[in-house]
Design a protein around this ligand. Sequence first.
Ligand code: GLN
Length: 451
Amino acid sequence: MNKEISCIELVQGKIDLLKQNTHNTVNSLLEEIALGLAKKVDLKIANGEEIGLLEGIPFGIKDVYMLQGTYTTASSDLLKNYKSSYTATAIQKLLDAGAIPLVKENCDSFGHGSSSENTIFGAVKNAVNSDLVGGGSSGGSAVNVAKDYTVFSIGGDTGGSIRQPAGYNKVYGLKPTYGRISRYGLMAYASSTDCVGPITKSIEDIRIVLNIMSGKDVKDQTTYNSDVISEDLHSATKTVGYFKNFIESEAISSEIKEEFLATIEKIKAKGIAVKELDFFNSDILVSTYYTLAMAETASNLSRLDGTNYGARIEGKNLKDTYSITRSEKFSEETKRRIVGGNQVLSQGFSDEIYLKAQDLRNQISARFSEDFNEVDIILSPVTPANPPKIGESLNDPLAMYLSDAYTVGFSLGELPTLTIPKGTNTGLQITADKKKDAEVLQFANFLNDIL
Ligand code: GLN
């Protein structure tokens, strides 16, 4: 049934859903901004003006992006009352295209987590089964898309935070090639792997939103100019590879393993060549990632000392003020990472730990380059297991870090990787070589047809 509704009605409808929702996805609603913009779109339509592809489309923003005048809390106590003084480049591009921001979305504080339980706004509940976690760290964003509270959401992915919650909530989520989208105005977690990306209900929506946000930005020197990805995304037979040791690892659940191998058989049945590849074991990937991510976040968060941003608790002297503010206002998980990060960067340890992790990262990238001489696409499960129950993983940080086993390697490699909600119960990751985001979407369309 086709029904015409005004932009105001569309936006109001979504805002009502967000208000009533019991999944803890909302940190703050942008009702006034959204309705103001919707009114303008309706006026444009009434005047017969041309309407762009994203014009009037309501979207959500993980609460780590600056949007001038709105709260940007990173789901933290420290920044609970912090308001952005400027707007992130990626978000500005969406606004310029006419998209309408509805909500700042719940997530793990500063992106630290894999479940969206490390937040002052209450654990995000899974869209499919609300006893389970929403996944993280962009859990609120994935759940909002899955529940149709937003048409798309912008997540952030440092080591899997778009792909994993997308898989847990059965939607699409892309971590583009590092540098394809500007990070300016994204609160930094680990700057060398932080990526901006869309979470959506279709590959076509990923393509549209990706095209709008991509491009060189003088405010982020790691960005590059990329070609627009065209609509014609079918064609080209690929050679596919997968990491045998990921699938033979002890950590993978038998269900995910069977589903993944059955998917590989379906692909082979279509005449596609599939190669088994050897790769670093996931414990090496996880420890390399966490060593670097903790070092970078310790350094990035050192600016949050109660002076320039957010909460401040006065102590006897300045040093005391720093330490009380940071001790009281950062979460346990964030403090664990700051302490770990400062440790690996400290004199006497950095050569042994930090530089070793850098060296491993180079080896991992080199191995990816070799693999992409042999295959066009690498397939992998998104997670080794199904989403845990809420509360279950909080007491075991190490187990939580291991749930990132399949996502962090592609982050270290700066590669484009897409989660599609098919192939295993928590989805499938499709990865191509650097800057080949279009090939990822192309292969995703093929898989969508056959799975
Ligand atoms: N779960 C990973 C971590 O906690 C990834 C998080 C992310 O991508 N922001 O570091």
